[in-house]
Design a protein around this ligand. Structure first.
Ligand code: BGP
Length: 484
């Protein structure tokens, strides 16, 4: 029994993304997205690095010519496109106050650069929003969750090209106008900082096409910042009572030791992460980043008016995903390991998930306190959870006590952060229904309260089953975080 006081109206719920959930990748007039091209690599064949980037035109052509088959799990998703009613009924049974989902841009504009939207795509999301609202569930909608229309990669090399700004704003205005009476909470770019690790996934860039990858990525990000700020403006104009936020993959970074070199390395790593929220929440590029650009010979083309747009249209709240923390070292031989999800320096005080993600509930509290200190703005945790292998017992039950344990520990720390003064407005746990993993395209890396019968190769009935955590989360929501 906890004594924490979550505020009244706290937005409890679950989070998903179209590309990992919907399936029906060719139905309803949808065009291809960048994630439709990402193949499944079995564990044995995987290296330590994240391997989801498509790097060249030739590779893209090869993937386009390949069979649909079992190789592209994200194309299948979990068939939410046809089963959303059943799934939403289960979310409602858990008492969700909010449901985070994304609109797939190529469902609305199949090639990304048409003038007229695809009516069937628009109608699909109308049905989904109506279904959520029927149960009083507030939709929280991400405009771009790794779902850039593939045509924009081929034609423009993604966000490297300034023209994407207008295309994105047109898409954003289209959906704001269409759904203005149904959707109040919006996010612009999911994990906008991912581009520095995965230029294709984050910014739609084929790296083989460019000379200086780092400079191109930061230029692309500038375009994304401007597009995001213009979307914020449009959202406020079109939907007066709306709230629109930015979204960051947040990892707390600790120094490996108290050696000032390690402390400095951790600080700089952290600044490079917070840079993204600095631009979107404070409205300008922080000086440490301008100095970094200078030192690395990166010059960003900033057009007249950009700075005003960034400063005048900052976000209403900051959202982020939180799964793990990291360790940084100032020692040159270790510096390379920094910031890599999988081969980062081990923290001897923490356990890790089966995928090597270091589990750190207290790190969430540290991050909440640090971010609130820095921005003095409402925070929203829009992803958190444990990817795990689940076992269906002979009697059909799924006893995911490890997941309950993970979530309980994180929610406990959230409660404490709130008591200590942090303005936290909501929590949507990632993959509330099992879906396809972003980084590995596995089905077997499961996060859900709801089990989906499908394996890594697409075999299975797609039947939905409640896990033990389903009733546990239901009680957490019903008690507004009092009963953990
Ligand atoms: C975030 C993404 C999600 C998601 C989650 C879990 O990076 O925003 O789309 O999938 O991480 O990651 P994974 O699926 O790789 O375990």
């Amino acid at each position: 029994m906890s004594t924490h006081r979550f505020p009244e109206g706290f937005l409890w719920g679950g989070a998903t993304a179209a590309n990992q959930l919907e399936g029906a990748y060719k139905e309803g007039g949808k065009g291809l997205s960048i994630f439709d091209m990402v193949t499944f690599v079995p564990k044995e064949a995987r290296t330590a690095e994240i391997e989801m980037d498509v790097k060249s035109e030739a590779e893209l052509e090869r993937l386009l010519a390949a069979d649909d088959g079992a190789n592209f799990p994200k194309r299948r998703g979990i068939d939410f496109y046809h089963r959303y009613e059943e799934d939403i009924a289960l979310f409602a049974e858990m008492g969700f106050k909010t449901f985070r989902m994304s609109i797939s841009w190529p469902r609305i504009f199949p090639n990304g650069d048409e003038l007229e939207p695809n009516a069937e795509g628009l109608a699909f999301y109308d049905r989904v929003f109506d279904e959520l609202l029927k149960y009083g569930i507030e939709p929280l909608v991400t405009l771009s969750h790794y779902e850039l229309p593939l045509t924009l990669v081929k034609k423009y090399n993604g966000w490297a090209d300034r023209r994407l700004v207008d295309l994105f704003v047109h898409y954003a205005e289209t959906v704001f106008t269409r759904y203005k009476d149904k959707v109040k909470y919006w996010l612009t770019f999911n994990e906008i900082n991912v581009s520095t690790m995965s230029p294709y996934i984050g910014s739609g860039i084929l790296v083989d096409r460019v000379e200086n990858v780092e400079a191109t990525v930061y230029q692309a990000l500038h375009h994304q910042f401007v597009a995001s700020a213009r979307a914020v403006r449009a959202c406020h104009e079109i939907i007066p009572n709306s709230q629109i936020g930015c979204m960051l993959a947040r990892m707390e970074v600790y120094p490996e030791t108290s050696n000032p070199d390690d402390v400095l390395a951790a600080l700089e790593e952290d600044q490079k992460n917070l840079f993204f929220t600095d631009v979107q929440a404070r409205g300008y590029y922080p000086s440490f980043m301008l100095s970094y650009f200078d030192k690395h010979d990166i010059s960003i083309e900033v057009l007249p008016g950009d700075e005003e747009i960034l400063s005048q249209h900052t976000v209403d709240f900051i959202s982020f995903s939180y799964y793990m923390s990291m360790v940084a070292s100032g020692a040159p031989e270790k510096a390379k390991q920094k910031g890599n999800f999988f081969s980062g320096i081990k923290n001897p005080y923490l356990e890790a998930s089966d995928w090597g993600w270091q589990i750190d509930p207290k790190g969430l509290r540290i991050t909440l306190k640090k971010m609130y200190d820095r921005y003095q703005m409402p925070l929203f945790i829009v992803e958190n959870g444990l990817g795990a292998y689940d076992v269906v017992e002979a009697d059909g039950t799924i006893n995911d006590d490890y997941r309950i344990e993970y979530l309980r520990a994180h929610i406990e720390q959230m409660g404490q952060a709130i008591e200590e003064g942090v303005d936290l407005i909501g929590y949507t746990s990632w993959g509330c229904i099992d879906l396809i993993s972003a980084s590995t395209s596995e089905m077997s890396k499961r996060y859900g309260f709801i089990y989906v019968d499908q394996d890594d190769y697409g075999n299975g009935t797609l039947e939905r089953k409640k896990k033990k955590s389903f009733d546990w989360y239901k009680q957490v929501i019903a008690s507004n975080g009092e009963q953990l």
